[in-house]
Design a protein around this ligand. Structure first.
Ligand code: 5BU
Length: 257
């Protein structure tokens, strides 16, 4: 029995061009892997992007941990993204009032809106946060993920928060392209579900991170895209390991078709 729609079918249902594009990349490159490149120097990040580029649909970064961030870096990253056909996700987790997030998105040294295809925000402040981000993002074709749940031990996200988040997304379909969470919020196939906290073996780190396997995330929790950081970036051979995660993720998806 077929449990899900293919990425190709989902691409055809999407209104948002960025969602369409991401599902298209996932179909074409046969990957539902997003690598989290959490490193502190631009050259290292660009090296990871080159290495894992062929195996990913999305590269997730934290620009604010780069010690030598400079205005040439986003251009270089965009070139690698173009070469290997993946999209760039700045995991900024905006969480302030609309006016402030608008400035954080467009100003400062990072000018995130100029280069990040995807950003994310906490829905906690209410609709104003999306209205602020939208003012800058929509005209550039950007998309935003809503953080519905977190992977960390003891997080304070209340049980009814995911439902409220889904409702929120439904009212901002021109900008919200999906969710970050530990399980699928709503069946709607036009939203993409990202899940962090992934390793090939179930484990945890010393600061509250909790990991589940690609198979568990995709087959039991409804993840579309798995986010893998240290499982790949700390491996002896990040390229081979990325290929391994890609296969685990794509096989788990294919088995549901
Ligand atoms: P790791 O090295 O695979 O643990 O990295 C996970 C990444 O996903 C890291 O960049 C976090 O900032 C990000 N993350 C997360 O781990 N858990 C969450 O609930 C959210 C984001 Br939202």
């Amino acid at each position: 029995e077929r449990k899900i729609l293919s990425f190709k079918e989902r691409a055809s249902l999407c209104q948002h061009p960025l969602t369409k594009r991401i599902f298209g990349i996932m179909e074409e490159k046969k990957t539902n892997l997003c690598v989290a490149a959490d490193v502190t120097f631009c050259a290292k990040l660009l090296e990871i992007a080159e290495t894992v580029g062929p195996h990913i649909c999305v590269l997730k970064i934290h620009a604010d941990i780069l010690e030598d961030f400079n205005s040439e870096f986003p251009e270089k990253l965009k070139d690698v993204a173009k070469k290997h056909n993946f999209v760039i996700f700045e995991d900024r987790k905006f969480a302030d009032i609309g006016h402030t997030v608008y400035m954080q998105y467009t100003k400062g040294i990072h000018t995130i809106v100029e280069w990040a295809d995807i950003i994310d925000c906490h829905p906690l402040p209410g609709p104003g946060i999306l209205e602020g981000l939208k003012q800058a993002g929509i005209k550039k074709g950007r998309g935003c993920l809503l953080i519905a749940q977190m992977s960390t031990k003891g997080n304070l996200v209340p049980a009814n928060y995911p439902e409220a988040t889904a409702h929120f997304a439904d009212h901002h379909r021109d900008f919200v392209i999906g969710f970050i969470g530990q399980s699928r919020l709503i069946p709607d196939p036009t939203f993409i579900n990202f899940t962090p906290g992934i390793k090939l073996e179930e484990s945890s780190d010393s600061l509250g991170q909790q990991y589940v396997t690609p198979q568990e995330a995709i087959q039991n929790r409804g993840a579309d895209v798995i986010i893998v950081g240290r499982g790949i970036t700390d491996a002896n051979d990040p390229q081979a390991t990325a290929a391994e995660y890609k296969k685990a993720g794509f096989d788990a998806y294919s088995q549901l078709l």
